[in-house]
Design a protein around this ligand. Structure first.
Ligand code: PMV
Length: 325
């Protein structure tokens, strides 16, 4: 009763920030994303009567808080399989976790797929996405392939993600620039609860449907400039809500701001790059294939850049035959 899964992290062009139902993790709005080839989680799950409790090791470390959240998620899957068996879970990220690179998206997608496979449950992609969503909202989008839409839904069964286009649709690049591996002090889970305290939240909700249609259109037509402008404006809009929530959420560090200005300077000089950010200090730089080499050369000269990860669109969560234990 052992299985292993690999799942990608994803970057949203239209973000999920705010919930309509906290317990079910229903988002206040739909979102659109791309799965990332270089940022992923590998997870092995084994259910056995020899385990007295769930035992969870993430990147070689045991965290009580993470174990409790994983255990709660396994309970959802155990309920479907009608079993009480405890599990051993070993998980590895290809990138630093809790720095804003959405390790909870790849983590809960991989955990869901591995646990469901270990218990030989025959679930559809939609059912997997619904399950993953309950572990971490954005994990719903790491189940299907390529470019993905998460429909907000009004019940648990109607809130899931599906593939708009497979990964081969468009070789868009997301160069992730890691400026620090410092852990964020407020998790997305805690931050999301504050969204409604911002006076700008309602304004955002008023035109979110229009934005979703525009993003879908830009992805469909592979219109880089349209998608880039939309994604960058969207990232700043989400951070405007974070900054004006109470208590305020400031996820950026000094290096984040210096790098944002650098991107704007490069763009002025003719380098076609756009940025987006999640809950953390690291920056996602969106560009087309022909720009990647030039961008990489420029990045080499920046002392505050600790690491980069070059990503193209990826398939979603899948099974692996190589177990971690
Ligand atoms: O799934 P969570 O609770 O980690 O929230 C993710 C929120 C953002 O990454 C900031 C936005 C998004 O849509 O990915």
């Amino acid at each position: 009763m052992k299985a292993t899964a690999i799942a990608p992290s994803n970057i949203a062009f239209v973000k999920y920030w705010g919930k309509s139902n906290e317990a079910l993790r229903l988002p206040a709005n739909g979102s659109i994303s791309m799965n990332l080839s270089g940022l992923y989680t590998i997870t092995t799950v084994e259910f056995s009567s020899s385990y007295p409790t769930d035992d969870v090791v993430i990147d070689g470390v045991v965290h009580d808080k993470a174990t409790a959240r994983v255990s709660k998620h396994l309970d959802r899957i155990r309920a479907i399989a009608k079993t009480n068996l405890r599990a051993k879970v070993v998980s590895k990220n290809s990138f630093p976790s809790s720095t804003g690179l959405s390790s909870s998206a790849s983590g809960f997608a991989a955990l869901t797929k591995a646990a469901v496979d270990a218990l030989s449950l025959n679930l559809s992609e939609q059912e997997l996405s619904i399950l993953a969503r309950q572990g971490s909202g954005s994990a719903a989008r790491s189940i299907p392939d390529g470019f993905v839409e998460w429909v907000k839904g009004s019940t648990s069964d109607s809130s899931y993600a599906y593939s708009l286009y497979p990964s081969e649709h468009w070789k868009l690049h997301d160069v992730v620039v890691i400026v620090s591996d410092e852990k964020k002090s407020v998790s997305s889970e805690e931050g999301q609860i504050l969204a409604e305290t911002s006076v700008f939240y309602e304004a955002r909700m008023n035109y979110i449907e229009q934005k979703l249609s525009e993003a879908k259109e830009a992805v469909k037509k592979k219109d880089f400039e349209r998608l880039g402008v939309l994604a960058e404006r969207e990232a700043f809009e989400m951070h405007a809500i974070m900054l004006t929530s109470w208590p305020p959420l400031v996820y950026w560090t000094e290096a984040t701001i210096v790098f944002i200005k650098q991107i704007h300077a490069w763009r002025k000089q003719g380098l076609p790059v756009y940025l987006t950010l999640n809950t953390g200090q690291d920056i996602h730089v969106l560009c087309e294939e022909q720009t990647v080499n030039r961008l990489q050369t420029f990045l080499r000269d920046l002392p505050y850049v600790k690491q980069i990860s070059i990503n193209t669109p990826s398939v979603g969560a899948r099974q692996s035959n190589t177990h971690l234990f």
